[in-house]
Design a protein around this ligand. Structure first.
Ligand SMILES: [Zn+2]
Length: 172
């Protein structure tokens, strides 16, 4: 995989996706590693996140071959454009359910504390507030993780792999 500079015409400054042996190209999943041709296979693999890609040079697109989720990008001359961004209803549903899961329980806990304040108010911590914040943080973490898994944000993918590598090096 190579990004070739094309000279002349309207394409000046734009680079097209090519398949030159021995060259590599930024991985669209983690935006950190390089996509490299796999030995004996007509596929490409990232040297950092290890994802495997099918490349369509004619359409300037790549698809992740080792994921159940459809993930693909089109090379736009200077950056990768996701192919499945606008199409997915699941993304909207995930965000709606996610936001509900974050806001509703914490809201109920906070509302409960507001409507039924502790009888011995003024002493020590406001536990209903602590519970509300705790609920918000716990649910927010879960939903945030789900959304990051769904979207496979490059920063998230990179951090996840870094953590995995770190854990592999830890003794025990
Ligand atoms: Zn990668």
């Amino acid at each position: 995989m190579a990004i070739n500079k094309t000279h002349g015409g309207q394409n000046t400054g734009r680079r097209s996706l090519g398949l030159e042996p021995g060259e590599s190209c930024e991985c669209p999943v983690c935006r950190h590693g390089q996509m490299e041709p796999m030995v004996m296979m007509e596929a490409y693999a990232c040297n950092f996140c290890r994802h495997i890609f099918d490349v369509n040079v004619a359409q300037q697109t790549v698809h992740v071959a080792d994921s159940l989720q459809p993930m693909g990008w089109r090379w736009q001359g200077w950056h990768w454009q996701p192919l499945y961004q606008s199409r997915s209803n699941i993304t909207l549903a995930l965000w709606l359910v996610g936001l509900t899961l974050v806001i509703l329980p914490a809201g109920i806990v906070a509302l409960g504390g507001y409507l039924f304040p502790p009888l011995e108010a003024g002493r020590g911590l406001n536990w209903s507030l602590v519970w509300a914040v705790g609920t918000l943080v716990a649910h927010g973490t879960m939903v945030g993780w789900l959304i990051a898994e769904h979207h496979q944000f490059p920063l998230y993918v990179m951090t996840k792999i870094r953590l995995q590598r770190l854990l592999e090096y830890l003794p025990g």
